[in-house]
Design a protein around this ligand. Structure first.
Ligand code: AMP
Length: 289
């Protein structure tokens, strides 16, 4: 496994592997790896000859008041995890290399980015789509792997790749969870043990919501949302919902009555546990019957 910090070196390496008909898989991360990231690496390893992981805490996707400075970082630990996952290259650039002085170019997916996460983190997705675009130009991967944990991000990246005719297949992998259901996240280090236990309520509530739709055939999404938010409020006084939405998985538009709807449904939310902002979602296929 090699660690690369230079853009051109990696571009040349990618050209070489492409010239020898090797399949390249990219797993973009912000580091402080956990089992969610490792599942992406494993999938990439299964499907590709060469696996490149990028570890880059992308300043462009953090809002001024957010946790860029205190975002957890541990490169040595990540290095060993990548090494034992069979990663071939870690791309570990300095922020100044990715965004030099007088950096002016950003990629913005419209519409889908205005809702949900985009409403509460304006500009966040512009930073995400820009960095993913840059990483794809640097690594030139055949396939790139993302987690369903960040559902809206997954939808936006797929749209960007489609709209800009990017020659990379986007693969979305299931959310990996703690035993109690809490979605794994680098930001979970901000939580105390008790908070981690209490945060299990989030996935329980989302699962209740899904059950309302799939098992109890409730078609009024407002009622489903009430059940989900009441579940959270009843079981935890520490968790404060920021938004809760029931959308399709293409435009991520709020769905009203499900009677006429057929397709994938995403129930997603953001909630604060103290100062820590958590996001999670469940997604499933639906047809009214
Ligand atoms: P991050 O380092 O948080 O930016 O995440 C890098 C990638 O890992 C993104 O595509 C995330 O969606 C994905 N990811 C993060 N947490 C999980 C998880 N619990 N399960 C699956 N994928 C995840």
């Amino acid at each position: 496994m090699k660690v690369l910090k230079e853009i051109q070196a990696l571009q040349m390496i990618s050209d070489y592997h492409r010239a020898t008909f090797k399949t390249i898989g990219l797993v973009p991360t912000m580091g402080f790896l956990h089992e969610g990231h490792l599942a992406l690496l494993e999938k990439a390893k299964q499907e590709c000859d060469i696996v490149v992981v990028s570890i880059f805490v992308n300043p462009a996707q953090f809002l001024p008041h957010e946790d860029l400075d205190k975002y957890p970082r541990d490169f040595l630990r990540d290095y060993h995890l990548c090494n034992s996952s069979g990663v071939n290259y870690i791309f570990y650039p300095e922020p100044e290399l990715m965004y030099p002085k007088d950096y002016f170019t950003f990629v913005n997916v419209e519409d889908i980015t205005e809702r949900l996460e985009g409403q509460f983190r304006p500009g966040h997705f512009k930073g995400v789509s820009t960095i993913v675009n840059k990483l794809i130009n640097i690594v030139k991967p055949h396939k790139a792997y993302f987690g369903q944990k960040d559902a809206q991000q997954a939808v936006i990246i797929q749209k960007m790749v489609e709209d800009l005719n990017i020659d990379t297949e986007v693969i979305i992998c299931n959310t990996i969870r703690e035993e109690n259901g809490l979605a794994k996240s680098s930001r979970n280090v901000y939580l105390s043990e008790e908070e981690k236990q209490e945060a299990a309520v989030i996935f329980e509530a989302l699962t209740e919501g899904k059950k309302m739709i799939t098992d109890y055939k409730i078609t009024d999404t407002e009622s489903v949302k009430n059940v989900v938010s009441n579940y959270i409020n009843r079981k935890s006084d520490k968790i404060k919902l920021q938004y809760l939405s029931i959308t399709d998985n293409v435009k991520m538009k709020e769905l009203g009555n499900l009677k006429l709807y057929k397709g994938d449904i995403i129930i997603s939310l953001a909630a604060y546990m103290g100062n820590t902002r958590l996001i999670d979602n469940v997604s499933f296929n639906y047809k009214y019957q």
